[in-house]
Design a protein around this ligand. Structure first.
Ligand SMILES: NC(=O)c1ccc[n+]([C@@H]2O[C@H](COP(=O)([O-])OP(=O)(O)OC[C@H]3O[C@@H](n4cnc5c(N)ncnc54)[C@H](OP(=O)(O)O)[C@@H]3O)[C@@H](O)[C@H]2O)c1
Length: 232
């Protein structure tokens, strides 16, 4: 049985992906800060999703959390680094810079380097990093560049690490989606948008499943996908 660790599993893309892979027979380790939401998610499946309350921006919590995951499940086959936040239109100060870089970029790095030893020991694995279209494009309209910097960092790291580890059977893919209909937009992003035009979180889970289903000689390094019609 394969074990998937997915961060940001209490909501949106992470939640849909956890449910999708639990239904395919994976053991899913669901990480986020909100324990109530994680427990509710675990209740939806019969023991296939294990909740782990972990703040990915805290290196010590990640270290301890991944040690627990390995004690409980023995190995990590797939890591989906998906936890992410935006400034949601709030002013940028040093606290906001820390919040976004620590969660989006450093969280991805902490979890990746916590999972790699297990993948190396097993002789393989797949790391899927959920970046954003903001990881490859720079918006034409005014943007402070903070979220963009965090997501460009993820794409660059994915490419570099992927080159290093693929000879060990460890594949690294970055995803660069455009607008997805998730609570990120309700909670954090005040910009007007038409949900009916947005990508659905289950469709992102389908794309991850397709990437993971490829024969091990084929690697999707960076996958860019956007709504056909701009939602806002
Ligand atoms: N929605 C879009 O249009 C869009 C487009 C491109 C890329 N993305 C990216 O897709 C990913 C998923 O976002 P989403 O749209 O599904 O948003 P969402 O519904 O708001 O989910 C974000 C998830 O990240 C978790 N999270 C945030 N900070 C965390 C932390 N410090 N430690 C652990 N978990 C944390 C949240 O859980 P807790 O609050 O419980 O911790 C939540 O489960 C993000 O990386 C986002 O940047 C989204």
């Amino acid at each position: 049985m394969k074990t998937m660790v997915i961060t940001g599993a209490s909501s949106g893309v992470g939640r849909a992906t956890a449910l999708r892979f639990a239904s395919e027979g994976y053991t899913v380790c669901a990480l986020a800060r909100n324990a109530n939401k994680l427990n509710a998610l675990a209740m939806e499946t019969t023991g296939k999703i294990s909740p782990y309350q972990i703040d990915v921006s805290d290196s010590k919590e990640v270290e301890r959390g991944f040690a627990r995951i390995l004690e409980d499940h023995g190995k990590i086959d797939v890591l989906v680094n998906n936890a992410g936040v935006t400034a949601g239109g709030q002013p940028i100060d040093n606290a906001m810079i820390d919040r976004i870089i620590d969660t989006n970029l450093k969280g991805t790095l902490y979890c990746t380097f916590a999972a790699l030893p297990s993948m190396r020991k097993n002789g393989g694995g797949h790391i899927v990093n959920v970046a954003s279209i903001a990881g490859v494009n720079i918006a034409e309209k005014g943007d402070d560049g903070l979220y963009i910097a965090s997501k460009h960092g993820i794409v660059a790291h994915s490419e570099a690490l992927g080159r290093l580890v693929r000879h060990e059977g460890i594949l690294v893919t970055s995803l660069c989606p455009g607008g997805i209909d998730t609570p990120l937009w309700n909670n954090e992003n005040p910009y007007p948008h038409d949900k009916s035009k947005m990508i659905q979180p289950e469709e992102v889970a389908d794309i991850i499943a397709y990437i993971l289903a490829q024969p091990k000689r084929t690697l999707f390094k960076n996958v860019i996908f956007v709504p056909v019609v701009e939602p806002g």
